[in-house]
Design a binder for this molecule. Structure first.
Ligand SMILES: C[S@@+](CC[C@H](N)C(=O)[O-])C[C@H]1O[C@@H](n2cnc3c(N)ncnc32)[C@H](O)[C@@H]1O
Length: 216
């Protein structure tokens, strides 16, 4: 295996890819209601254009395709060629002609046109990075909506006892992944407003939604 593939796809990702390859529509069922909610929060217009950054195998694509309709466009950005292959399998299996995946780190993706919404689902390397966001935000329409979902540390209660698990899982990720924190949305809050945060799973997961700041 090429070094670039090892570097762009952590071990846990390569294992998951191998297991799920025969099932192009695979997704964890517990996550689907959160994906649905994240996509609904984007308030995408029919015929709209949306970015799914760190799209992985495209688990959010069905919800995004439904939201923008056949005249709309879904653009995934994915750093890992192995994940992009799975996303391509999903696109082919569903016959979607309005979904495209750019296999690049978000910071280097050559984007054309503007987008009505930005989804970063379980993509901390993107929503936690000024560098990656700096290539995305200029392509958002004024008032475009954003949704990001990910892991966090719990501030108290039962969740706090499970914080070591979140810290251990983080060690399996990219070397550049920001360490888990109590408020992993800090980078986003500089660029988006009207933010609403919902916590899940004893405060170990969060969904943040908002819209592009007028002065950004
Ligand atoms: C935990 S997976 C989530 C995948 C997908 N969004 C989902 O909900 O199933 C995070 C994804 O972000 C990708 N990724 C990490 N850093 C990235 C970057 N800088 N630019 C684009 N994609 C990135 C990883 O390769 C991985 O596929």
């Amino acid at each position: 295996m090429a070094d670039s593939v090892r570097q762009d796809t952590p071990l846990y990702g390569r294992v998951l890819i191998r297991l799920t390859k025969p099932f192009p529509n695979f997704d964890f069922s517990f996550i689907k209601p959160i994906r649905r909610k994240a996509v609904a929060s984007l308030s995408l217009p029919q015929g709209g254009r949306v970015l799914d950054v760190g799209c992985g195998p495209g688990g959010s694509f069905p919800f995004l395709v439904e939201a923008v309709g056949p005249q709309g466009k879904v653009v995934g950005i994915e750093i890992s060629p192995l994940h992009s292959e799975l996303a391509a399998d999903r696109i082919a299996a569903n016959g979607w002609t309005n979904v495209e995946v750019i296999t690049k780190p978000a910071k280097d993706a050559a984007l054309e046109g503007s987008f009505d919404g930005l989804l970063m689902f379980a993509a901390p390397d993107v929503y936690g990075s000024e560098t990656e966001l700096s290539n995305l935000i200029p392509h958002l329409t004024p008032g475009a909506r954003v949704a990001a979902f990910g892991a966090k540390l719990a501030a108290g209660g039962f969740g706090r006892l499970l914080n070591p698990i979140i810290r251990a899982l983080y060690k399996l990720s990219f070397s550049t992944t920001p360490p888990p924190s109590l408020e992993p949305w800090q980078t986003l809050s500089g660029h988006f407003e009207d933010l609403e945060i919902t916590e899940y799973f004893f405060g170990l997961m969060f969904l943040i939604t908002g819209k592009r700041r007028a002065d950004n």
